[in-house]
Design a protein around this ligand. Structure first.
Ligand code: 5GP
Ligand code: MN
Length: 523
């Protein structure tokens, strides 16, 4: 293996790169692409000193700084029936846009003012971009669609492949889980596990499995329902492997929802108002409620006509799937924690779990909250419907309770959620599907995402539960009000910053560049 250095010139700039003779050709092309600031569809052309076109590969001969290769970038020429409008027009608009931005910056720094021609050119690109975006199912990002069909370029990511945990990783977690299973969880940790202030970020996945097991022991389920510990371990592990590697709806989210449900169980002393089958139903539903979540919501499933949407006729495809996977796991006898339940006990748990998991579809939010508010006016635990809607509300509260957590626990969860939203909206743009504004990276900020959600979803829901259980106020209502203040302050700060930037930009534009050095305004 030999290391080579080649020198080249691109766009008037001198560049050099180092690679090994057995490196991957695609990797080397990527290096050249990066040096040329080229888009994924641009064609790279490399010329030698004689002006002959040469191949970019690790077999490329070394050269000296005074005999540089010349690298040129040519816009992609997509042909064939799949080519999009922008590519048929013969250019990659995103690259053009980026280049124009760079040019704009340079001109502004060098001249201090923007020549009319550049302003005009920018307006034209913007207009064209909008025209292309406006054509239904042909967003200009739809360019990337072609990559998967028949070219040597790989798609950005493989949706299905990257979702699943590797066997190796899962086995390591299982071994650690088993090696800890004989260890006693301390009283201090068991107590901490009751609290909504619990910080999940301190624990790894195998420790979370131990903590879930502890919940089953401390709630008395293991003895009451005669759950054999090896079966409990197998079930928990199977649940763990069936949560995907997605930013938000992963095993940690499952753990947090279960932990909040467990905390609520103690805080409002659920065993004094519900029977043990109901509590078993609630905790098990919380653990299973997002099983095999693919990281794209129901709107995506329906719009993209996925297998799940087809199977469930667009009716809560995800929640139906989570629930179905839950019972598939329980069908395996070595994982069936309910195998010693009486027939009618199992029937009750199954009915209850289906009801609770389906209730987590936010499309049902108003309907369920409305029913609960009506029930609360004359709440009667002997009324089957009242009890059922209370259970639905409890799982809903646990499901969307991140903002009840201390800020250092809650904020990283928001980042995970936004990451998942952005992944979805990016894909929707690529596939030419409708994009919800609350998922769009160009439209959403942390505060804009949370302020409305807290005001219109969280507070009305938590306050309704608070009417029935006033004890909950300091645990779930006060912290959410604080979070609202926190995000309102953040929003104000962002707006102030934006305002400052806008006014300093207009000062720069109107007053020339006398007070500007290296693109930075000096005051
Ligand atoms: P899920 O059952 O999907 O876990 O939760 C229901 C949905 O509520 C989430 O997919 C997400 O759309 C929304 N949600 C949950 N927590 C938050 C949050 O903190 N902020 C916002 N904006 N949405 C949330
Ligand atoms: Mn959830």
């Amino acid at each position: 293996m030999t290391t080579k250095v080649v020198y080249f010139v691109v766009d008037g700039r001198d560049e050099q790169t180092e690679f090994c003779s057995d490196d991957d050709t695609d990797d080397l092309k990527e290096t050249f692409r990066a040096a040329a600031e080229a888009g994924p569809h641009d064609i790279l052309k490399l010329y030698n000193k004689k002006g002959n076109l040469i191949n970019i590969s690790p077999r490329l001969s070394e050269n000296a700084p005074d005999s540089r290769y010349k690298l040129e970038v040519v816009a992609a020429q997509c042909t064939g029936e799949h080519s999009t409008m922008a590519s048929r027009l013969g250019f990659d608009l995103s690259v053009f846009d980026e280049r124009l931005c760079a040019l704009e910056k340079k001109v502004f720094v060098d001249n201090g003012d923007m020549p009319e021609t550049v302003v005009e050119m920018k307006a034209k690109v913007e207009e064209l971009k909008q025209k292309l975006e406006g054509v239904e199912h042909l967003s200009w990002l739809g360019l990337f669609k072609d990559i998967s069909s028949g070219t040597s370029l790989k798609p950005f990511w493989d949706k299905q492949k990257s979702l699943k945990k590797s066997e190796q990783h899962s086995k390591r977690v299982f071994q650690k889980f088993m090696s800890m299973s004989k260890v006693q969880v301390t009283d201090e940790v068991r107590e901490y596990l009751h609290k909504p202030t619990f910080d999940n970020w301190q624990w790894d996945e195998s420790e979370m499995l131990i903590l879930l097991r502890q919940m089953f022991i401390d709630l008395g389920f293991v003895t009451r329902f005669n759950i054999e510990l090896p079966v409990l371990h197998n079930w928990l592990y199977e649940v763990f492997t069936n949560y995907n590697l997605v930013p938000f709806h992963n095993f940690k989210h499952c753990f947090m929802v279960a932990q909040m449900m467990y905390g609520l169980t103690w805080l409002i002393d659920l065993p004094s108002i519900l029977d043990d089958i109901d509590i078993l139903t609630l905790i098990t539903s919380a653990i299973c409620h997002d099983l095999d979540h693919p990281g794209y919501n129901n709107a995506y499933q329906i719009n993209a006509r996925t297998e799940l949407a087809l199977r469930y006729n667009d009716i809560s495809p995800l929640e139906n799937h989570h629930c179905s996977v839950a019972f598939e796991i329980l069908e395996k006898q070595h994982c069936n924690i309910f195998r010693n339940l009486k027939r009618d006990e199992f029937r009750r748990v199954r009915e209850g779990m289906i009801r609770c998991i389906l209730a987590t579809d936010m499309a049902k939010h108003n309907e369920i909250l409305g029913n609960f508010k009506t029930a609360v006016q004359h709440f009667d635990l002997n009324n089957k419907d009242h009890k059922s809607v209370l259970m639905m509300i409890l799982i809903k509260v646990a499901d969307i309770s991140n903002e009840c957590r201390p800020m250092e626990v809650a904020e990283p969860w928001l980042e995970c959620l936004l990451q998942e939203f952005f992944n979805q909206s990016d894909l929707e743009k690529l596939e030419g599907l409708p994009v919800a504004p609350f998922m769009d990276r160009d439209k959403v900020t942390k505060p804009s995402s949370q302020i409305g959600f807290i005001k219109f979803v969280l507070l009305p829901l938590f306050e309704a539960l608070g009417i029935l259980f006033p004890k909950l106020e300091p645990h779930i209502i006060t912290p959410v009000r604080k979070a609202l203040d926190y995000y309102t302050d953040m929003q104000n700060a962002l707006e102030e910053e934006k305002h400052k930037k806008e006014s300093s930009n207009s000062v720069g534009k109107h007053n020339g560049i006398s007070n500007q050095v290296n693109g930075k305004i000096q005051t």
